[in-house]
Design a protein. Structure first.
Length: 164
């Protein structure tokens, strides 16, 4: 297995990361969505402008053999730390890339807001079990917003299990 390194997004990398996000989205999320869901998500991911400093988000990139293989970001939604755009290339599934991205995003959330009690995520159907294994719990029913199906989840930072 090739070594995987993790770092913050680099200048000029957003377009490549958007393509990674959309490849993984098309493979793992889009098949469950109603008509218009993919277009809505692509618009959101484009507007998110991964790595743009004015967005007040931190984007972490997983790199293997010189190319991005995973990405995730943490920012604020409804005044709480929130993870979004967490995607990993298929060939890297099961190798701990997603787990390590989440671990790093939670550390950033803690540093950015030491008083935060929890971090939220809107988990797609494909990702609910993944987040549950990391200690996230549902905080509502599955919902469809703009053609995107997700379950709101959260992890309480005080109760967080170490993500090894």
């Amino acid at each position: 297995m090739a070594e995987i390194t993790y770092r913050l997004i680099s200048a000029g990398e957003a377009e490549d990361l958007h393509r990674l996000v959309m490849r993984a989205f098309d493979e793992f999320v889009a098949p469950d969505l109603p008509e218009g869901g993919r277009e809505h998500f692509n618009d959101y991911a484009s507007r998110a402008r991964l790595g743009a400093p004015e967005r007040r988000h931190e984007t972490v990139v997983a790199v293997s053999e010189g190319r991005p293989v995973g990405v995730g970001r943490v920012g604020r939604r409804n005044e709480k730390p929130h993870i979004d755009l967490l995607f990993v290339e298929r060939e890297m599934h099961g190798q701990g890339v997603g787990r390590e991205l989440v671990r790093r995003l939670l550390a950033i959330a803690r540093r950015s807001d030491p008083t935060a009690e929890r971090v939220t995520v809107n988990a797609t159907r494909y990702a609910v079990a993944f987040y549950a294994r990391l200690g996230f719990t549902p905080r509502g029913e599955e919902q469809t917003v703009g053609g995107i199906i997700s379950t709101p989840m959260e992890i309480r930072l005080a109760e967080e299990r170490p993500i090894a």
